[in-house]
Design a protein around this ligand. Structure first.
Ligand code: GZL
Length: 343
């Protein structure tokens, strides 16, 4: 089913793509054209932008989807299509094929994992549809299969967290102490997981007194992180740091620590490191529950719109667009600053 986001009425007008294709195609006898192409072309000159989103697994993801929806509105000259893949690559590939069948003007892909895109992106290229990748990166043989990418430097995010942790421990006089780290990783194979994990593992390899005592799959969700951290705490409570690859999994780890009667954050025993810097994450950081929250900005709608603007003007956009990001500690945060950030 293909959902078209009718922004003027702010509701999804769910169009069963295949049913419409067969029904209208038969009725109008559009030789060689699909009904959806007819419908797309008849959209009063609107630029059709079709987004394949990973899912709705985290606060970050919800903000990312909203940024796209509020950018590509009918009032601004767009016909916006949106599909949530519920975290499954096969759903994204089906969605991309439907978008190609529709003959949309642009495809925007946030790839759940980095690999497995060559075939379907070759079909988009064959159809003459530019693909803009956002947030997570893809690993393809031929990088002409996508027009541009905009997102974060996830390895740098991990490095920022490691540098902060070293400084924090030094300030506590613990630079020589044996430090045990529980690593709660995100969705396996996603760029965010690969980069943040590499940042931590490289940092640990350079410091012989740091040890990762376990790596568990938090899948970027609170529920899974809670489940995995609870199981670890049942076996070992000698943990100095929990490195969570997003805010939602940090909340799951905190929930497990509280149930185990362990203290955490600025006034507790366990140091909590998180990523995303969502409103909820920064609020927890301001309150001292999270010691460090590394920013990962989801507001890619305007950045994608700028790339499409260049393409519409016949210009060639840069291939890769990295978003500038920082990190936050409790002393840096106020309610006003958090409210001003928009997600
Ligand atoms: C990062 C993004 C990740 C977030 C998670 O750019 O891909 O996916 O860090 C989200 O919160 O689920």
């Amino acid at each position: 089913m293909i959902c078209r986001w009718n922004c003027s009425k702010n509701k999804i007008r769910a169009v069963s793509g295949m049913a419409v294709l067969s029904m209208v195609g038969l009725l109008c006898g559009c030789a060689g054209q699909t009904a959806m192409q007819t419908e797309t072309e008849a959209a009063d000159g609107l630029i059709s932008v079709a987004f394949s989103e990973v899912g709705a697994e985290s606060d970050w993801r919800v903000a990312n989807s909203e940024s796209m929806r509020t950018t590509f509105t009918t009032e601004k000259g767009y016909e916006f299509y949106f599909e949530d893949a519920k975290g499954k690559q096969e759903n994204q590939i089906t969605t991309l094929r439907n978008y190609i069948l529709q003959g949309v003007d642009y495809i925007v892909l946030d790839p759940v994992i980095e690999t497995g895109w060559d075939e379907v992106l070759a079909e988009a290229k064959e159809a003459g549809i530019p693909v803009i990748v956002v947030d997570r990166m893809i690993d393809v043989e031929d990088d002409s299969l996508y027009t541009a990418w905009v997102g974060s430097d996830f390895n740098k995010e991990g490095e920022m967290a490691v540098e902060w942790l070293e400084e924090y421990l030094n300030e506590q006089g613990r630079s020589e102490e044996a430090i045990t780290i529980l690593h709660v990783i995100g969705t396996q194979g996603s760029s965010a997981q690969l980069g943040r994990t590499a940042g931590l593992e490289e940092g640990v390899a350079e410091r012989e007194n740091w040890e990762i005592i376990a790596q568990v799959e938090g899948e970027f969700t609170q529920a899974k992180a809670y489940e995995e951290v609870s199981e670890i705490l049942g076996q070992n409570q000698e943990i100095d740091v929990i490195y969570c690859e997003n805010d939602d999994s940090a909340f799951g780890a905190i929930q497990a620590l509280e149930e185990a009667g362990l203290t955490y954050g600025t006034d507790g025993d366990v140091i909590i490191i998180s990523f995303d810097a969502t409103e909820a994450g920064l609020t927890a950081c301001m309150e001292g529950s999270i010691n460090l929250d590394v920013e990962c900005n989801p507001m890619h709608g305007p950045r994608v719109e700028a790339i499409i603007g260049q393409l519409e003007a016949g210009e060639t956009p840069e291939k890769n667009h990295y978003v500038e990001e920082a990190y936050f500690t409790p002393d840096m945060l106020t309610e006003e600053l958090i409210a001003s950030r928009g997600y």
